[in-house]
Design a protein around this ligand. Structure first.
Ligand code: SAM
Length: 371
């Protein structure tokens, strides 16, 4: 989650931490963070923190927390444990012990225990271990926040919605500047951009785990939902364009646009970027070009990337192009000088967002090599 998203919601003590941003705030702000964040994966509520030496301490610490106050015994649970430099031997064993501790706490409080459901739990409990500290969280999101509810089916390697939204923020695109994804695949950039332009709350079409917690304030949540619906702009034609050379993936993109209520707002067409012209005289081009794992793909891409560079140079003067890739040979082969390279992670995979300012006649790169 980005710190500025939280500050906008009025959260306090907003502090970047490893893998995220910590904040203090009310439950209404927690609901709003889930509803409004375009870039977060989850919002976790810290319910306990302790020093520990081993598995036994973790069991005792988990047993002492007020789980029965937080959720009903009929809710199903799942425990996730992750660790950095922890002395414990097995995270699976800690997972089991924390689950036992939670069940013991319920048995003592109400005579029965919650069931475990690892596939679709009502309540997810996260435990993070460092060398000597353990932090316990209740997950207020449930399904990760990149699941907005608009994706009809997934195509080949779609970008995660929150990563696409984060990249769009880095491009600083805003309507009415034209936006074009010429390799749009299932349409992730297109849908996320449209949701930004129409001020659609990214979580408006889904449910959240906080609705299953005992302290859930349905009125507060309904009020937030109503406010979000009221500010949403009508889906008129947007300056957002998409194309792809594959008719099959365009079918997916169409289904996704329809599911997001954007079928009329965004034009997409089947086109090879090497064959077509820019949809406007200037704008922001954003794409996640194909990348190859097999050698045959790599050979094909080694032909595509220089051609892509030529097309951008010849037909997109006046545009700024942002190419997001895990394939560092793209930077070398495209033959354009990047004005910016932003390292980003797609899960564990290190990627780059390359920015190319396309100006007529001046873009050939000198002999030095970008990476
Ligand atoms: C990594 S995928 C993009 C995924 C997309 N960002 C999404 O979220 O679904 C790359 C896409 O580039 C398309 N593509 C490959 N070569 C192309 C070309 N020469 N012109 C247009 N599209 C192309 C492929 O069909 C594929 O859909």
């Amino acid at each position: 989650m980005q710190a500025d998203e939280l500050t906008t919601l009025g959260a306090r003590e907003v502090t970047p931490v490893d893998g995220g941003v910590a904040f203090s705030g009310s439950f209404a702000q927690c609901y709003a963070a889930n509803l409004e964040s375009r870039v977060a994966s989850r919002v976790l509520w810290q319910v306990g923190e302790t020093g520990y030496r081993g598995e036994h301490d973790l069991f005792e610490a988990a047993r002492a927390l007020a789980w029965p106050r937080h959720f009903d015994v009929r809710r199903t649970i799942r425990v996730n444990v992750s660790a950095i430099q922890s002395p414990v031997k097995s995270l699976d064993f800690v997972t089991l012990r924390v689950k036992d501790a939670v069940c013991d706490a319920f048995r003592a409080a109400c005579g029965s225990r919650p069931d475990v459901d690892t596939a679709r739990p009502d309540v997810r409990i996260h435990v993070f271990l460092t060398r000597d500290r353990a932090t316990f969280y209740l997950d207020t999101s449930g399904d990760p926040l990149f699941k907005r509810g608009w994706r009809a089916r997934t195509g080949d390697a779609p970008l995660r919605e929150n990563l696409a939204a984060g990249i769009l923020r880095l491009t600083q695109w805003a309507a009415p500047t034209p936006l074009y994804d010429p390799m749009c695949g299932s349409g992730t950039f297109l849908v996320e951009a449209a949701m930004m332009a129409l001020d659609v709350a990214p979580g408006a079409g889904r449910s959240f785990a906080f609705e299953k917690l005992e302290n859930f304030e349905v009125r507060q949540w309904q009020a937030l939902g109503e406010k979000a619906r009221a500010r949403r702009k009508a889906a008129t034609t947007l300056p957002i364009h998409g194309s792809d050379k594959s008719g099959t993936v365009l079918g997916l993109a169409r289904a996704n646009l329809e599911a997001a209520g954007l079928g009329q707002a965004i034009r997409i067409k089947q086109m090879d970027i090497l064959d077509g012209a820019a949809p406007a005289s200037s704008g922001i081009l954003v794409a996640n070009p194909p990348y190859g794992e097999r050698q045959a793909d790599k050979n094909e891409l080694a032909e595509l990337y220089p051609k892509l560079g030529n097309v951008l140079k010849q037909r997109y003067a006046g545009w700024t192009a942002y190419l997001f890739t895990a394939d560092m040979q793209l930077a070398k082969l495209i033959g354009l000088k990047a004005s910016k390279r932003t390292p980003l992670y797609n899960g564990a995979l290190e990627c780059r967002l390359f920015e190319y300012r396309l100006v007529a006649g001046s873009m050939r790169r000198p002999k030095s090599v970008d990476s």
